[in-house]
Design a binder for this molecule. Structure first.
Ligand SMILES: [Zn+2]
Length: 441
């Protein structure tokens, strides 16, 4: 059995009190959830909004179309004002590292305070749910922002207090936020699913990304063995005003679906971590299904991976990774391990959350690249894994699998300073003004 020691992040204020017997509070367990009234956000069913076209601008326009975005922000700030977070992430120092890629370094000293290292098993991507360990049924209802359910009608809707079903999809705060608006989406929370990708849950996560209609808002997933710390199915999401470096990396088209949704599959060509990029301008459910098939193949083959959902759900990255395995085998340089950075989806995408001031002050693109290079599969191994993923994604149309070569030009972009304040402004829809105040920071 391969294990590594790491300091677990507290995602809930109740995580330290798992062993407390009985329930003296409003939690999300079956002791409290039947009959409970919670805020509910209903998103439109599949027919009405999954045909986003290329011209749909998902950058906020301050119009009346930012409903989910507004609900997330209003609720998140309300929890901030109630002091439910362990530290104020909006005051964390952040900078864009000089260089071609625009890696973003953040100093977050509050994230692992006063915790002892815990042993994590890293050689099993699929592990059964364990009700004795921390899971989201133990979260207090005050940490819930809202439930996220598919509407029976065409429009979106929101209710402050509604009796919820037996197992709602729940959006909760992360009490140790990485960035502004950091939340967790837990599909069918009371079903107590382990951290294991399935088709329905990825569709939900893509709907969450699409419904926010804000390109600063990304949704991420870490499998077990790829730095998920809680074995209860969940996605993460937050706002970051600038592009993630991986979103700007060059790609090469390797396959495409012949279905009407026209999912295209690319691979990254000049990034520190080898990965796949799935794109669609059509039916988001088809895109989600292609990606979930690849994820299921990865986890069935015990390959740890991370997923980034960007561009309002129209672009999804998959990164198979081997960092924890190398760490457990003693193959990672000690100076990289000394930083205690856990290369999960955000770090891999280029937002490096550093825990020590000296690492923050000496952070360079070269250091970021060195860390991420340890995450990546070798090119030989990636070639095998890539074929497995593409075949899984297009298995119903495998005859049409084809290698295509199409270089996509890197978008021009000048990295700017970002910060909690900038992300707050971007989240509220004033993207172009986001940096003016922060550039001197
Ligand atoms: Zn309870």
């Amino acid at each position: 059995m391969l294990t590594i020691k790491r300091i677990p992040t507290l995602v809930s204020i109740y995580q330290d009190t798992v062993d407390r017997p009985g329930c003296e509070r409003s939690c999300l367990g079956m002791c409290c959830i039947p009959g409970a009234k919670l805020p509910v956000y209903a998103f439109p069913g599949t027919s009405s909004k999954d045909h986003l076209s290329d011209s749909d601008d998902c950058i906020p326009d301050a119009g009346g179309d930012l409903f989910l975005n507004e609900v997330i922000l209003a609720q998140w700030e309300e929890r901030l004002s109630r002091g439910l977070f362990r530290y104020d992430v909006t005051t964390c120092e952040t900078k864009v590292l000089p260089g071609d890629f625009g890696f973003i370094a953040q100093l977050n000293e509050g994230r692992h305070l006063k915790k002892r290292p815990t042993e994590f098993r890293v050689d099993q991507v699929l592990q059964p749910f364990d009700s004795k360990k921390f899971n989201f049924t133990k979260v207090g209802q005050e940490e819930v922002l809202f439930c996220f359910e598919m509407s029976t009608s065409e429009g979106s809707g929101y209710s402050e207090r509604m009796v919820v079903g037996d197992s709602p999809n729940v959006v909760v705060i992360n009490v140790s936020p990485i960035e502004y608006g950091h939340v967790l989406l837990v599909p069918k929370l009371q079903d107590c699913k382990p951290q294991r990708m399935d088709q329905e849950s990825l569709r939900l996560a893509v709907n969450f990304a699409a419904e926010a209609k804000n390109s600063s808002f990304r949704v991420g997933y870490n499998s077990l063995g790829a730095f998920a710390t809680i074995n209860h199915l969940h996605f993460q999401a937050y706002y970051l005003a600038v592009p993630f470096p991986v979103e700007r990396a060059s790609v090469k088209k390797i396959a495409s679906s012949k279905k009407p949704g026209g999912v295209k599959i690319f691979e990254l060509t000049d990034y520190a971590v080898l990965g796949l990029v799935y794109e669609s301008n059509g039916v988001l459910e088809e895109l989600a299904d292609c990606v979930s098939q690849a994820c299921i193949a990865l986890q069935d083959h015990n390959i740890p991976y991370n997923v980034l959902i960007s561009d309002c759900g129209r672009r999804i990255f998959i990164f198979p990774q081997c960092f924890a395995e190398k760490q457990a085998l003693g193959q990672v340089d000690p100076d990289i391990l000394d930083t205690q950075v856990n290369p999960a989806v955000w770090e891999i995408s280029g937002h490096i959350v550093l825990k020590r001031r000296e690492d923050y002050e000496s952070a360079t693109e070269t250091n970021a690249w060195r860390l991420l290079a340890e995450v990546s599969l070798s090119s030989e191994r990636f070639t095998e894994v890539k074929e497995m993923c593409v075949n899984a994604s297009l298995k119903e149309e495998s005859a049409s699998f084809q290698l295509e070569l199409l270089e996509v030009e890197m978008k021009h972009f000048s990295p700017k300073v970002t910060s909690g304040k900038g992300n707050r402004i971007a989240a509220k829809g004033l993207l172009s003004d986001a940096f003016a105040e922060d550039c001197c920071a």
